[in-house]
Ligand binder design. Structure first.
Ligand code: B12
Ligand code: SF4
Length: 500
């Protein structure tokens, strides 16, 4: 008889803001219901994760990995290669955003046997059933596999609304271990799928279309209160792409949570135009229900760049209004910014920096997180990026370096790239930002950060970044007083061997 054990591997993805991988919890439920055993190894919380995966595989039916484009690919390759060397007969199945967007190239890797495109709940169960029965994977929708050395792709699987999906298997999450790493006890939760918009840099439309669909307010209230109580969670990050598409639903969720006397904090992602549809009183209601932060993809304060990004639904004034309304309601407004989008020159970048400084001064508590534009496969801008000289990697491994913290672009490289990176360093320290992970900085590091915030603001106001002594001082102090960062930065990983 074949094994009924599935080993999931989740490669390191983010600094120390760790919690259970929702994608894996989602695809685990149908397996558990069908009588399979599930073992999840998350490299962020598992010392010696490679050895653990190999040990667990000894009596397993298959190895399944969840990944997005970027540094997660590094550990995926490392583990899949090691697994194949030791257990060539155990299939390696890859799912998640990267395999969904680039199935051919992912399956072409010699250490990958199966890829699942899009939603994995039903597809993975069917794959596992067939593997257990020793049957092929022909006809299983959404799945790609190898047959006599050829790559075979079955027809895609139709999207299912979120309300038809089983609950996530949160019982498999080791929240104690995540809390030890992160300093906070929190989880991700999803209440709606997809987004009605199609920003040029976003991969959403490619996987979910623009078919926004959501759980009923009552179900969200029941599930979130139960989750928080059951696992003692202090925070839920609602990972919906655009939580506020249905205004009435959002209000009903808030009313339901207030009625229940919910005690946990939660945060959402929403576009600024949908936040500003709400009145301050409505936002205050959401605050009373525990909503502590709204993350917005503002991305730029240049009207021209917003147009190029296909973000016509958002005006610069809307970003100001969202910041103002959130602060008045006691909700922390958090904004993402992309530097280096095709068509953004230094003039447009200055518009954005000035805007950031203005918002942070006018609305203390507002925070900005900046990235460098990274062209992802499946994003509408990819074609234009290629025309401008981006050469998409030709293998799965090549995509490991695609990470917006460091991306060097044909139009933003050398001195200009260094300048943007230093500018981003100053933006990081100019105003306070609150990450999910608890602030474990040493007293001295905190003092130094505070001390350099004023010169940082002066530099950003005057666009002067030569001789960045404050950043140098910050780095020296960080090295002296802080534990090394988690091994997830593409630059740090590059130096590491990928053998057992
Ligand atoms: C939470 C989240 C994160 C978290 C955790 C990531 C994770 N892997 O879980 C953090 C904060 C770390 C993160 C970081 C980043 N993220 Co992110 N993130 C999300 C977000 C908002 C939700 C993911 C989620 O949990 N969804 C809910 C679960 C249930 O869905 P799911 O993960 O898609 O899983 C389903 C399927 O994919 C599939 N599936 C998933 N895993 C597996 C495994 C197997 C074996 C199978 C068969 C199927 C399968 O089945 C699941 C159920 O249907 C998505 C947006 C979104 N709407 O999904 C972006 C998203 C995944 N992130 C994205 C990006 C770009 C990033 C960053 C690069 C951004 C940045 N500025 O740094 C970093 C890179 C991380 C890294 N270092 O590699 C892109 C992905 C682009 C891409 N090509 O991969 C997305 C889609 C956002 C977007 N719209 O562009 N992210
Ligand atoms: S609003 Fe956000 S999720 Fe929606 S398309 Fe734009 S970037 Fe993607």
């Amino acid at each position: 008889m074949r094994s009924k054990k599935i080993v999931f591997f989740f490669p390191a993805f983010s600094s120390l803001e760790a919690t259970a991988p929702l994608g894996i919890l989602a695809v685990s439920t149908p397996l558990l219901r069908a009588g399979y055993r599930v073992c999840i190894i998350d490299s962020t919380i598992t010392p010696g994760f490679q050895r653990r995966v190999l040990e667990e595989l000894e009596d397993a039916l298959c190895l399944a990995v969840s990944l997005v484009t970027g540094p997660m690919i590094r550990e995926t390759v490392q583990i899949a290669r090691a697994a194949k060397r030791l257990y060539p007969e155990i299939p390696v199945v890859l799912g998640g955003w990267h395999p969904s967007l680039l199935p051919d190239q992912t399956l072409a890797a010699e250490y990958v046997d199966v890829v699942v495109r899009g939603q994995g709940e039903e597809a993975l169960l069917e794959v596992i059933r067939n593997l257990e029965a020793g049957e092929g994977l022909r006809g299983i929708e959404g799945v790609g596999y190898k047959e006599n050395g050829n790559l075979v792709f079955n027809p895609p699987r139709a999207l299912r609304p979120l309300r038809d999906m089983p609950p996530k298997a949160y019982q498999l999450a080791d929240f104690d271990a995540y809390e030890r790493v992160c300093g906070r006890r929190w989880a991700m939760y999803i209440s709606s799928l997809a987004c009605p918009y199609s920003c040029a840099y976003c991969t959403n439309e490619g996987v979910y279309g623009r078919q926004w669909n959501a759980l009923e307010a009552g179900q969200v209230v029941d599930e979130t209160t139960d989750l928080a109580a059951r696992y003692g969670l202090e925070l839920l990050w609602v990972v919906d792409d655009n939580f506020l598409v249905d205004r009435e639903r959002a209000i009903a969720i808030a009313e339901g949570l207030v009625r229940r006397g919910a005690k946990f904090d939660w945060s959402i992602q929403a576009s600024t135009n949908l936040v500003t549809r709400l009145g301050v009183d409505e936002l205050r209601l959401l605050r009373r229900a525990g909503l502590s932060q709204i993350c917005h993809g503002a991305e730029s304060a240049s009207p021209e760049v917003l147009r190029l990004m296909n973000k016509d639904f958002q005006k610069v004034e809307t970003i100001y209004q969202a910041a103002e309304k959130c602060v008045r309601a006691g909700i922390r407004p958090s904004f993402n910014i992309i530097f280096g989008f095709p068509g953004e020159g230094w003039k447009e970048r200055r518009e954005t920096v000035r805007f950031i400084m203005d918002v942070c001064r006018r609305y203390p508590g507002a925070e900005f997180w900046t990235n460098i534009f990274t062209p992802y496969p499946g994003a509408p801008i990819m074609e234009r990026a290629e025309a401008l000289g981006i050469e998409p990697p030709k293998s799965l491994e090549g995509w490991a370096e695609f990470f917006p913290r460091y991306t060097v672009l044909p139009w933003l490289n050398g001195r200009n790239h260094r300048r943007v990176q230093i500018m981003r360093d100053y933006l990081r320290v100019a105003f306070n930002r609150v990450p999910i992970a608890s602030d474990r900085r040493h007293r001295i590091t905190r003092l130094v950060h505070q001390a350099i915030s004023l010169p940082a603001r002066w530099r950003l106001d005057h666009d002067l970044y030569a001789l960045p002594l404050e950043i140098w001082l910050k780095d020296v102090v960080t090295r002296a007083f802080e534990a090394p960062k988690a091994r997830v930065d593409a630059q740090q990983l590059a130096a590491e061997p990928v053998t057992c």
